[in-house]
Design a protein around this ligand. Structure first.
Ligand SMILES: [Zn+2]
Ligand SMILES: [Zn+2]
Length: 346
């Protein structure tokens, strides 16, 4: 079958790999669409400790069941259109046992432990069916749009923790796909004003259903000053750092209103993970710093409902839909900052 093969850091191409077999206790799935994630870009450029090349990555997957194993777990049928979350929970750790799946200490991921979705087919084995999150794509939802459910699930988990309220000012630092999803979710919660900051003017152009109330080009304006200007000197109730630039956390703490919340959504490069955040500001301004990562199946279900209820949401984020044969071109567009979300269709 056709697949995008990651050979080594910087070396990836569309090629041929062996077709997967349908597992006796699982499913064979035809990939309908797979989104390109920021973490995929990092793996393709610099490698990933859990990805052993040559390998097929890709984890924002929509597919259709085309074969059911003889002893398949669950009641999936041939023809079911499904959204596949990459996260496969251990179901043994104390957090899984307490139902707090987003804190699972031993989860595995599709695109790392199993071959991913930048291919024509994937096999879903028993472990994936029982411990992962596979959901029906709601009727009428374009499988391309359904790929957004995966990054949206992470954003929902983060926003659940900070519980944005109507009329609160929210600043999102980073206008990439996840920053844009955070912006849309904050608007749906009734936040006002919603401010998006980035250093890339292309990313700050919003021409679809949703627009931030203010955009800040942080390469031209001093970000913290600008936020204080917009908030009449008070700062923002909620600041979401949706990027991997350490200094934005220093800024986030400075621009948060007394009693406000900061979400640390993006991981930092390992050798830059200790930014000089002024902890006295956190202390005296009584701030809450919240880190989040991955999500639970409940977020995945909620994300699919949101995508179904509002077509504009996926359209806001997806800028390019390309055939898998144009994998390298799509990756280059994303690396050059000329695309928001690229989705590949085999
Ligand atoms: Zn992703
Ligand atoms: Zn677990």
């Amino acid at each position: 079958m056709k697949a995008a093969i990651y050979n080594s850091p910087g070396d990836y191409m569309t090629g041929e790999v062996q077709d997967p077999h349908c597992p006796t206790k699982g499913l064979l799935i035809k990939v309908l669409a797979c989104g390109l994630c920021g973490s995929d870009l990092r793996t393709l450029q610099s490698g990933h400790h859990r990805v052993k090349p040559p390998f097929v990555i890709g984890h924002e997957i929509s597919g259709e069941v085309i074969e059911r194993g003889a002893d398949c777990a669950g009641d999936w049928k041939v023809g079911d259109k499904i959204a596949i979350s990459p996260v496969v929970y251990c179901n043994r750790c104390v957090f899984c046992r307490d139902g707090i799946y987003e804190l699972c200490t031993d989860h595995k991921e599709i695109g790392q432990a199993w071959p991913g979705g930048f291919a024509e087919y994937i096999a879903a084995d028993k472990e994936l069916l029982l411990n992962g999150s596979i959901q029906m794509i709601p009727g009428g939802v374009d499988p391309v749009h359904a790929t957004v459910a995966e990054p949206l699930s992470s954003c929902l988990n983060a926003q659940e923790k900070v519980n944005i309220k109507m009329g609160e000012m929210v600043v999102v630092i980073g206008a990439g796909p996840v920053g844009t999803l955070h912006m849309v979710l904050a608007q749906k919660k009734g936040a006002y004003p919603v401010v998006v900051a980035d250093i890339d003017p292309f990313r700050l152009e919003y021409n679809n259903a949703y627009r931030p109330d203010h955009v800040i080009n942080a390469s031209e304006d001093e970000l913290v000053e600008k936020v204080f200007e917009i908030s009449d000197g008070k700062g923002a109730e909620v600041v979401i750092a949706a990027n991997s630039v350490p200094d934005t956390l220093v800024q986030a703490v400075k621009m948060t209103k007394k009693g406000g919340r900061v979400v640390i959504f993006g991981g930092l490069p390992a050798d830059q993970a200790c930014p000089p955040v002024n902890m006295n500001i956190v202390h005296y301004n009584a701030l809450q710093l919240t880190g989040t990562t991955i999500f639970a199946p409940r977020h995945h279900r909620m994300a699919l409902k949101l995508v179904a209820s509002d077509k504009g949401l996926a359209e806001q984020v997806i800028s390019h839909v390309l055939p898998l044969t144009a994998f390298a071109e799509g990756v280059d567009l994303a690396l050059a900052g000329k695309a928001r979300k690229v989705v590949f269709v085999p």
